[in-house]
Design a protein around this ligand. Structure first.
Ligand SMILES: [Zn+2]
Length: 285
């Protein structure tokens, strides 16, 4: 009896202090075969909440279903990613036609959502070749920022080869509750976001990215979250990333900031709960 009580108390404390993965693609087909094992491994390293984003309309139902199957652990976001995929042409910039119906689905599910995302800008020349394509991608982004503002939801934001335009649009549109995930811009541009109170999340790929290490050295710990972006941005370039690797992000932030991993986990958790207040229904700082 006594033992049982001890175990219970330990578990309770543990739930109070675990990692929050601020940006993850749990609906990716890479997790179809062993989803429950992936979740189990994440829980074993101390993850007690995962913010799950979408890229395509086709993901929406799956992310909502996963969050219903794991209440208080999988927290859903819905949004249209700046890179979309065609069966014939492969990856391409998002256009306004892709956005059809998206805002209605987000609005309908507002009570279930912790943020709008993954939205943003991706000006990688391979996907986004022309000025027209960049302008249309901007419009797709702006419409979703405005919707998030109307619905009083934060935004979970992608930017690639578009750090400055992404920060500028967020400022122009008056977005205040912002997570810039795996930001690939310069530290000086990131600091413009920090001035607006934006948060930046750090994936396990920091282990092999000088740019991310430099970014973390500049951004205050009070503006950082941990993320995995799993199945992408793992510690190794090849191979599947998964949420249990969040401990790698934590270790590297701790090393760069010269603080303990406990401190990084504690502060990034406080930051995540500030940015995503709906998580506090289940998780305490
Ligand atoms: Zn992502």
């Amino acid at each position: 009896m006594q033992n049982k009580k001890v175990i219970k108390t330990f578990y309770f404390n543990f739930k109070m202090s675990g990692f929050i993965d601020g940006h993850c693609h749990l609906s990716a087909s890479e997790f179809d075969q062993d989803f429950e094992e992936v979740i189990q491994r994440a829980k074993e390293v101390g993850v007690d909440g995962i913010v799950a984003v979408t890229e395509f309309k086709e993901d929406f139902d799956k992310v909502l279903a996963l969050s219903e199957e794991h209440p208080g652990f999988v927290f859903p976001c819905l949004g249209l990613h700046p890179v979309q995929v065609d069966k014939v042409n492969g990856q391409r910039a998002a256009c306004l036609k892709d956005l059809e119906g998206v805002c209605d689905v987000i609005t309908k599910n507002v009570n279930k959502l912790v943020a709008v995302g993954e939205i943003g800008l991706d000006f990688t020349p391979w996907y986004c070749k022309t000025k027209e394509q960049r302008d249309e991608q901007r419009q797709v982004f702006v419409q979703q920022i405005q919707l998030a503002k109307q619905l009083d939801l934060p935004v979970n934001v992608h930017s690639r080869s578009a750090g400055r335009p992404t920060v500028n649009i967020l400022k122009e549109q008056g977005a205040t509750k912002v997570l810039l995930h795996a930001f690939d811009g310069k530290p000086s541009v990131a600091m413009l976001g920090v001035e607006c109170g934006f948060y930046f999340s750090v994936p396990p790929s920091i282990i092999r990215s000088d740019q991310k290490q430099r970014l973390v050295s500049k951004i205050p710990l009070e503006n950082l979250l941990l993320e995995t972006d799993a199945p992408a941005l793992g510690p190794e370039k090849e191979g599947r990333n998964e949420p249990s690797n969040i401990s790698i992000s934590c270790e590297w932030v701790a090393k760069i900031k010269n603080v303990t991993t406990d401190e990084v986990r504690r502060q990034t958790r406080i930051n995540a709960l500030k940015l995503f207040p709906k998580l506090t229904q289940f998780l305490k700082p």
